[in-house]
Design a protein around this ligand. Structure first.
Ligand SMILES: Cc1cc2nc3c(=O)[nH]c(=O)nc-3n(C[C@H](O)[C@H](O)[C@H](O)COP(=O)(O)O)c2cc1C
Length: 336
């Protein structure tokens, strides 16, 4: 058995989950500026798409994104191995195998969460991926599928895959229900069992365990670090991205920067992208939550959503949205 390289522990503490349609390269650049120490994940890409598809569109990244992991979907060891090799050649720092997605399309393709019932196939896939590339190969999984609530079964899945060379697991700490729930419901309805992720770390301390699912605040994320190697945030990071900055500063040090300052640091990237023909709306859609919960947050969101799709929309729209938040802040300071 070849063991995949370990990930430096500090790079595991904070990560942003892979999210289809959301964590594209523009989004990851934004998250990187907010959280210099976070580990970032791509959207899931099927191994076949990596091999036969439009690689520049699927795999292009900005150098600032590192460390960034490519998440693969699939269940054919040889294809996954080829895709992992290509991913590593394109510069990804990790290749992660999706064993947690419950969508019908994914089930029909026999990958994602249903792989939790096929530990041998996952192990063979991981072994083939580890042989084909020299970056860490990792797995993101659930606790089980449908009504499997069996600790020994879960542990045996992890052990089988770890024996094939995998050292790091992201545990989305709930089951996936393959029948009757939409993917969205599958992120909300099956109950969270963080204690299983904690117990896994206790029983297998040599493995790197990152916990994921429902982490919504700095206090919650910090509490998970007592029991695991890291916390992965998905929806909270996307909808309230400033939380990433707060976590990064709290856990790694550095200066607290304002939302406006962080956003302005994105200007060179945005202008460069516009010059390459990218539409502003494809970038600003990821920025809408930056002022979530702040005065002026709704106006910020509205200016960007309404203006970014108009022909010729450029950086000045973002300045316009920022000016609104600044005037709300000045008004508030005046009233105080
Ligand atoms: C819009 C969206 C797309 C997602 N796409 C993926 C995906 O491509 N691969 C994956 O492993 N998980 C995917 N997930 C699940 C997240 O990675 C994460 O496990 C889940 O949202 C629970 O974490 P959270 O409560 O912090 O959001 C997606 C979640 C959302 C909201």
């Amino acid at each position: 058995m070849t063991l995949t390289p370990a990930i430096p522990p500090l790079q595991l503490r904070l990560s942003v989950a892979p999210m289809m349609d959301w964590t594209d390269s523009h989004c990851r650049v934004f998250h990187r500026l907010l959280a210099p120490h976070a580990r970032l994940y791509t959207e899931m890409v099927h191994a076949n798409a990596v091999i036969h598809g439009d690689r520049p569109r699927l795999l292009a990244m900005d150098p600032i994104e590192h460390p960034v992991a490519l998440q693969l979907g699939g269940s054919e060891p040889e294809l996954l191995a080829q895709a992992a090799k290509i991913g590593a050649e394109w510069g990804f720092d990790e290749v992660n195998l999706n064993c947690g997605c419950p969508s019908d399309r994914v089930q029909a393709g026999r990958f994602g969460a249903c792989l939790m019932r096929e530990p041998r196939l996952v192990a063979d896939s991981v072994a083939a991926m580890v042989e084909s590339c020299d970056v860490p190969v990792t797995v993101k999984c659930r606790l089980g599928v449908d009504d499997d609530h069996d600790w020994d079964h879960f542990l045996s899945f992890i052990d089988t895959v770890a024996d094939a060379g995998c050292r790091m697991f992201v545990i989305h700490a709930r089951n996936a229900w393959l029948k009757g729930l939409s993917p969205k419901e599958n992120r909300e309805v099956p109950p969270l069992r963080y204690d299983w992720a904690y117990q896994l770390k206790r029983e297998r301390p040599q493995l790197q365990i990152v916990v994921n699912g429902g982490i919504a605040s700095q206090a919650e994320a910090t509490a998970h670090l007592e029991h695991t190697d890291g916390a992965m945030l998905g929806r909270a990071a996307y909808h309230d991205p400033y939380l990433l900055h707060q976590l990064d500063v709290a856990w790694f040090g550095g200066e607290v920067r304002s939302r406006a300052e962080l956003l302005r640091s994105m200007r060179p990237y945005i202008e460069d992208q516009l010059a390459r023909g990218v539409y502003l709306k494809h970038i600003t859609r990821h920025l809408l939550g930056l002022f979530a919960g702040e005065r002026g947050g709704r106006a910020f969101r509205q200016v960007l959503s309404e203006g970014a799709h108009k022909p010729g929309a450029d950086w000045s729209l973002i300045e316009q949205a920022l000016a609104l938040t600044e005037s709300f802040a000045a008004e508030q300071a005046g009233a105080a």
